[in-house]
Design a protein around this ligand. Structure first.
Ligand code: PEP
Length: 251
């Protein structure tokens, strides 16, 4: 089953609007080298999304928001809705990143509401899951991750599952320089796919599962060579065009 690799950069709270625009136009210049073999996207800071979209011009770079509210509108000071993100021209939205879960108290239920609303609004969710170190060391990693996945997958149709992107990001590997071995990551990706297959026999082969957690140009090739690793969600190494291109070229 050939799934087009999908690599996204998550910039978190980094880069000004000027830096965002500069990066986008520089990336747009070198991207043709990849001959459209990989789907590429970036998730800049919310207020820099329009700068990113106009600077990329018509280059094949998708732009994602890093989060959104779980409801369409209401008394929710300081947040934005799926519709706002869509109106800007974003195609994707990161949902349930571990920093959102850990620092902002996002539960599996909220993540599931957001994934549902993203699809209802015409955005592709990149739904993030992953276990922490204690959970891994106590042998609970797979149970935790599959529960996180089930919370949103159970509310989707088969066609939505085919479009869904899941990012498996073990929390202990994010920003730490520690990566899961390609074999361990692949095993978790396979477990995620097989859990989806229980309800969605055919669609399970189409869902793309990114790995995230200290992906760098030096380790990308070995990770992306695994049968169930369909791309990467990249933090630190997506902040420089050369590093990001190094990862994209590994596809
Ligand atoms: C992330 O924040 O999603 C991430 C994977 O970060 P890093 O690549 O820096 O570990």
């Amino acid at each position: 089953m050939a799934r087009t690799p999908i690599i996204f950069g998550n910039w978190k709270l980094n880069k000004s609007s000027i830096e965002t625009a500069e990066f986008m136009s520089n990336l747009a210049k070198v991207l043709p080298k990849l001959e459209n073999k990989v789907e590429v996207g970036l998730a800049p800071v919310m207020t820099c999304l329009t700068h990113a979209i106009s600077a990329k011009n018509d280059a094949p770079i998708q732009v994602a928001a890093q989060d959104m509210h779980w409801l369409e509108h209401g008394a929710f000071t300081g947040t934005v809705s799926a519709q706002h993100i869509k109106e800007l021209g974003c195609t994707h939205v990161l949902i349930g990143h571990s920093e959102r879960r850990q620092l902002f108290g996002e539960t599996d239920g909220r993540v599931s509401d957001k994934v549902r609303l993203a699809f209802d609004t015409g955005l592709t969710p990149i739904a993030c899951v992953g276990e922490n170190l204690t959970q891994r060391e106590s042998g609970q990693a797979e149970d935790i991750v599959l529960r996180q996945v089930d919370a949103f997958v159970q509310r989707l149709t088969a066609d939505e599952v085919k479009e869904l992107v899941i990012a498996y990001e073990p929390i202990w590997a994010i920003g730490t320089g520690q990566t899961a071995t390609p074999e361990d990551a692949n095993q978790m990706h396979r477990a995620i796919r097989e859990s989806i297959r229980v309800k969605f026999e055919d669609a399970a082969d189409d869902v793309r599962i990114q790995y995230g957690g200290s992906v760098k140009p030096a380790n990308a090739k070995a990770l992306l060579a695994q049968a169930h690793i369909d791309g990467a969600l990249v933090g630190g190494a997506s902040l420089k065009v050369e590093d990001f291109m190094g990862i994209l070229s590994a596809c």
